[in-house]
Ligand binder design. Sequence first.
Ligand SMILES: NC(=O)c1ccc[n+]([C@@H]2O[C@H](COP(=O)([O-])OP(=O)(O)OC[C@H]3O[C@@H](n4cnc5c(N)ncnc54)[C@H](OP(=O)(O)O)[C@@H]3O)[C@@H](O)[C@H]2O)c1
Length: 289
Amino acid sequence: MILVTGASGNVGKAVLQEVAKSRAKHRAMYRSTVEATKAPPGTETVIADFAKKDTLLTVLRNVDSVYLVCSPIPQLVELESNMVDACVAAGVNQVVLNSAMGAGDYDKSFPSWHRKVEDKLKSTRLSYTILRPNSFHQNVVAFFAPSIRTQGVFYSSMDAARVSFLDVRDIAVVAAKALAGGEHAGKTYELNGPEASSYAEVAEKISKQVGSAVQYVDIPMEAQRKAMLEQGMPEWQVTALLQLQEYYTGGKGGSVDGLLQRLLGRAPITMDQFLAEFADEFRGQAANA
Ligand SMILES: NC(=O)c1ccc[n+]([C@@H]2O[C@H](COP(=O)([O-])OP(=O)(O)OC[C@H]3O[C@@H](n4cnc5c(N)ncnc54)[C@H](OP(=O)(O)O)[C@@H]3O)[C@@H](O)[C@H]2O)c1
């Protein structure tokens, strides 16, 4: 039995789709009963919360493998650690941990939080596979599409830093394979996309797929901080995002290697393919009228 946690989230939902497709016996964990109704047909659903330790053992009954993911919040270390403890207590065999690029060498921001959970997991008797993905294609819709729809522009302070974006659906394929353990047990996979692009190049790609001019505007980091705070983002999140950007502007996010392709057994989804599929997300009201 496989347990997929974070089944309402970006990666967890994609992992659940993959696991459900494989017809393996599985269960999906949600916090919200409303979200649980969206599970694929044939999926057993459970309601639990990493913060409520007493809910976790029941969820793990008869479970052999767990896909573990949590939102990128400061409590992630404690929350995922609770689940790791519960996996040990419940006799789980294999845990696939969704970590992040940078967990191996960056002691700030989200990567440093993920590293703490990686270390915790490795200190147990559990078999594990750690996934350290680069930035998701889906971030381009989540973070850039709103201002592109209204102004044809997106802003950041990434300068010419390159990012090897990858698709959460490809991460999910790797996660589903790793849940079986086997050759993936004990491995840490740094997952990068098939090409590295600067934000200016991403803007060109969006323009091409959407059919109207889209521009990337580089702004000073302090201006980006101010804008994010004015949008109502909490200070911890703004700081973590800007520190992560420093990792990229330091040249760390643009690796391209064949690992993802080898793990998938096919070519990864490219940014162009992703943008062609989701072009409508970037079209403004005028275009949709
Ligand atoms: N975005 C990127 O480019 C990127 C790159 C590399 C790594 N990552 C890492 O990938 C991870 C997942 O990202 P994502 O975009 O999929 O996040 P997400 O959409 O926020 O999904 C997180 C999932 O965790 C669940 N969750 C949160 N708190 C929980 C709790 N107390 N108990 C049980 N479940 C809880 C959420 O459930 P609810 O719906 O109930 O909140 C949701 O299903 C993050 O840790 C992030 O650091 C992201």
